[in-house]
Design a protein around this ligand. Sequence first.
Ligand code: PEP
Ligand code: MN
Length: 271
Amino acid sequence: MTQPVVLTSANSKVSVQVGAGSPVFIAGPCSVESYEQLALTAQTLKELGVDVLRGGTFKARTLHTSFQGLGKKALAILRDVAREYDMIAVSEITSEFDVELYNNHVDVFQIGARNAQNYRLLAEVGQTKKPVILKRGMGETLEELVASVAYLYTAQEREEGCNPRVILCERGIRTFEHAARATLDVCAVPVLKALSDCPVLVDPSHAAGQRNLVSPLASAGIAAGADGLIVEVHPNPPHALSDAAQQLDLEDFTLLHRTVGRIHQALVSEF
Ligand code: PEP
Ligand code: MN
């Protein structure tokens, strides 16, 4: 049985339950680029009732010549915008040396596909006892993903069984198929739900790699029973400094939000 995970903003004004029945949206740009960029995104999200804001800070990029994120400056912007709009701040941590820094700026840690099995990082993040979104590695089995969850709890939590605070996320895996950036494993959703008590999210953006595929994959994830979505949203995607091809503009995200809401309604309504 899925144990809901509670996410709370730093000012405690907003709290969201992931895994309690209604799909939770986590949205925001691939990278935090400026205060204005993030504030504009946050304003639209808030109007839609989306309370959880994502934003990349120290980015894990394949090419060292690619934009690496604004780092500490991005964390400060994320914290300030989340405060201003009463939102819950999420960002991916890429090094165990940054745990204290992130702990001072985010409400929820994200561990990305590239670090999914970096167990030292998982254990250090776990010491903060904050909620964590753990993404599936690009070549990781579902059993391996579920096995990693224990690293995110402290020894005391493992012994005494404290509040659930780990959320899993399917974001596409590597297969021979290259039509999309990755292959979204929709099957992961029911399988993870059977193998663990953690809520399960789907990230359609990194699986798709291109805008036109994001909404269909989001719909598939929710139809398969996902507890929510992580979607990349940017006020001006073609000019984004990272993942420009897959980020949705505010209008397209609004449409996705509506479509997914209807799919969820169809799933829960009585026939
Ligand atoms: C991200 O969400 O910003 C990201 C890099 O995703 P992933 O770790 O799934 O590639
Ligand atoms: Mn991205």
